[in-house]
Design a protein around this ligand. Structure first.
Ligand code: IMP
Length: 195
């Protein structure tokens, strides 16, 4: 089964592919010959994920999925949340975003946070959503060089190292994206068994 993954983020594609069995093949936007920056105009992860999958479904007519992820820091009232990619500005710099989060948490004792991923799947023209949450905490300083985005400052519950200090396989045992993807895979397998 082929699914177009509506993202231009190579790190996300790498993570998703590492979770797949033989039954599913992920086609990237580049492989589908699509070169657009998909808009994320809404106030919720759910709406942004739906926007991305709908745009790609309209362009390709193929089954597809998208995902939107946010880092939600409790002491910041859930920020950066849906603004995670451009928290420190439209340049969408991971380094700048990390500096801003650490600065805002400087005097806070509660460093709890969570990543939340929403996947929007469009299959046979119908939309379904799957959520994955990874609770954890924000470090005082960045640690590690693997991964991307906020990985160097996030330690998932149950671990003693940041996501950026883990290989992909270990990150996937905790990650929000892996958890949301599990829901997607379970659904697709059930569909496959019914046909
Ligand atoms: P988006 O889902 O591409 O809009 O991502 C929102 C922001 O969260 C971006 O700044 C990403 O770099 C960041 N982000 C998404 N997933 C992860 C992750 O697994 N680890 C760290 N940062 C992430």
């Amino acid at each position: 089964m082929q699914l177009v993954f509506a993202t231009n983020n190579e790190n996300k594609v790498k993570e998703m592919r590492s979770l797949l069995g033989n039954h599913f093949e992920i086609i990237t936007l580049q492989e589908a010959g699509i070169d657009i920056d998909i808009p994320e105009p809404h106030d919720t992860l759910e709406e942004n994920a739906r926007e991305k999958s709908s745009v790609i479904y309209k362009m390709t007519g193929q089954d597809c999925f998208s995902e939107d992820t946010g880092l939600e820091v409790m002491a910041l009232g859930g920020a950066p949340g849906v603004l995670s990619a451009r928290y420190a500005g439209e340049q969408k710099s991971a380094a700048d975003n990390i500096v801003k989060v650490l600065q805002e948490l400087k005097d806070k004792t509660d460093r709890s946070a969570r990543f939340r991923t929403v996947i929007s799947l469009i299959i046979d023209g119908k939309e379904l959503q799957f959520e994955g949450v990874c609770p954890g905490r924000i470090l005082e300083q960045p640690q590690g060089s693997e991964g991307f985005g906020y990985d160097p400052i996030f330690v998932p519950d149950g671990a003693d190292r940041s996501f950026a200090e883990m290989g992909l396989a270990e990150k996937n045992t905790y990650s929000h994206r892996a958890r949301a993807f599990e829901g997607l895979i379970t659904y697709l397998k059930e569909q496959g068994e019914q046909h």
